[in-house]
Design a protein around this ligand. Structure first.
Ligand SMILES: Cc1cc2nc3c(=O)[nH]c(=O)nc-3n(C[C@H](O)[C@H](O)[C@H](O)COP(=O)(O)OP(=O)(O)OC[C@H]3O[C@@H](n4cnc5c(N)ncnc54)[C@H](O)[C@@H]3O)c2cc1C
Length: 445
């Protein structure tokens, strides 16, 4: 059944206050927050035939522990937000793909219901999610036989379409989707022979390593990679080898063949940023998503970004929190545009990645009049450490002076760190830059 809202348009308006591209958890949370902040002239555009995004295929539980204090499956979590959208009567259009967008926020989209349309939006929220890195990006030698696919494709085949992609499975990479699919394929009767990871640590959450591999005796082969693929029509086996821990180059003397009919790739997610580029939004080399300030505004006026299109998250709960901020910020921006004379002068303060920090968001702060911040206002600053740190300390400095310090038990690259910068901790007077760094001994240095 196709999702429909009572307000669903058959002829789209030529102008709209807020257009949200993507009806996954990010787009839904942004829409609900924008509506609650008073913007009722908005539209969610979703290319799939239903709302919910990638969560619709994530039928395992573990979602919503933070947001709803309950353990939900992916579709249940998405369902909560779809319900909020429906309760409010927020308009959305499914089976509709945004094809183009420019800096003036003129958006071209196509759908069977409305044909090819152009809408001029007062503000746009980019919430297009991410995609999986494919085999081509790895350059693994070997034949191009059937049986090699991304873990997301295998998840869709197994959970939504009812097919078992294979019976003897090797997983390359140990991202969360790979770990979850190791368990899922086992539940479905397949034998998962190994999860092969080139790095000395898993790139997934610790809880997933324990619950999806260790609990099912699936070996996690760290410092290993696939060096050859065998099979003509269908995959017959892969050769794996240990890698030199310093150079990450395979050690041929350690090569061993594993007979298998399926190789699943779990080798990273990349923000879906074709539209962001078209709109002229500058991207960060660290996150591969848009460069944003603390309100999730990109450097193109009126265009905001949230969720996996901005940076890849581990937990959907954090996607929802972030996207609600983007929704409220877009509404504030629309209100400011109606009274530009009142716009206060802002100062841009870069937030830089210091030692041990990768993929920092936001990349800069926009500071207006300090008196306008409430004393307990906080801004999330997120990043991934470059290694595993036990007892590491996160330091935030303003022009070299320490303003925040937090000791952690353990930090790993597989788990996004969320720091909450307190506005009240910013020093009075001008600031040139903030730096975030990790103090501690990297476990694999
Ligand atoms: C294959 C896969 C499996 C995952 N499994 C898990 C998991 O098990 N557990 C977990 O916590 N997290 C998982 N994640 C992470 C999960 O994606 C995020 O937690 C969350 O779904 C991100 O929300 P989002 O709205 O940013 O992205 P998405 O959920 O990806 O939603 C983006 C939406 O934008 C739409 N869209 C994209 N481009 C356009 C366009 N041009 N026009 C219109 N619509 C467009 C897409 O169709 C999609 O519905 C998974 C991610 C992937 C890719």
């Amino acid at each position: 059944m196709t999702d429909r809202s009572p307000q669903e348009a058959h002829a789209l308006p030529s102008r709209i206050s807020l257009l949200i591209i993507g009806g996954g958890p990010a787009g839904l949370a942004a829409a609900v927050a924008a509506w609650d902040a008073g913007c009722h002239d908005l539209l969610i555009v979703e290319r799939d035939d239903e709302l919910g995004g990638i969560l619709n295929q994530c039928i395992h539980n573990g979602f919503g522990l933070h947001r709803f204090k309950e353990e939900l499956t992916g579709p249940e979590y998405a369902g909560r937000y779809i319900e909020m959208v429906r309760e409010r009567g927020i308009p959305y259009l499914c089976s509709a793909m945004v094809l183009e967008i420019n800096m003036r926020r003129e958006v071209t989209l196509i759908s069977p219901e409305t044909g090819l349309s152009q809408i001029r939006a007062g503000a746009v929220i980019l919430a297009m999610g991410c995609r999986e890195r494919p085999r081509g990006a790895l350059g693994t030698p070997g034949t191009r036989c059937a049986g090699i696919m991304t873990t997301g494709t295998a998840q869709r085949l197994t959970n939504l379409e009812g097919y078992l992609p294979g019976r003897r499975v090797v997983i390359l990479g140990s991202g969360d989707i790979g770990l979850i699919m190791a368990r899922r394929m086992t539940f479905e009767g397949a034998k998962v022979l190994a999860c092969v990871e080139i790095m000395p640590y898993s790139s997934g959450l610790t809880r997933n390593v324990v619950q999806c591999l260790q609990d099912f005796n699936i070996p996690l082969m760290l410092n290993h990679t696939v060096i050859d693929i065998h099979g003509r029509e269908r995959l017959e086996g892969v050769t794996i080898a240990a890698v030199n821990p310093d150079t990450r180059q395979p050690l041929p003397e350690t090569a061993q063949r594993i007979d298998c009919d399926t190789l699943l790739l779990s080798v990273g997610l990349i923000p879906e940023n074709e539209l962001s580029r078209m709109a002229g939004v500058p991207l960060s080399p660290g996150t591969r998503g848009p460069i944003v300030d603390q309100s999730l505004a990109t450097e193109v006026p009126g265009i905001f970004a949230c969720g996996n299109v901005l940076h890849v998250h581990d937990l959907v709960d954090e996607v929802s929190e972030e996207s609600a901020r983007a929704g409220r910020a877009a509404v504030e921006w629309l209100a400011r545009m109606k009274r530009p004379a009142a716009a206060a002068e802002t100062v841009t303060v870069p937030v830089r990645e210091g030692r041990g920090v990768r993929g920092l968001v936001p990349q800069y702060l926009q500071l207006t009049d300090r008196a306008s911040f409430s004393p307990d206002e906080t801004w999330p600053i997120t990043f991934r450490p470059d290694d595993v740190y036990r007892g590491g300390v996160v330091l935030i400095r303003a022009d070299g002076k320490l303003i925040q310090r937090r000791k952690t038990r353990i930090m790993t690259p597989g788990e996004m760190v969320v720091e909450r910068l307190k506005a009240a901790d910013l020093p009075a007077g001008p600031i040139r830059e903030l730096t975030v760094e990790v103090e501690g001994v990297p476990q694999h240095a």
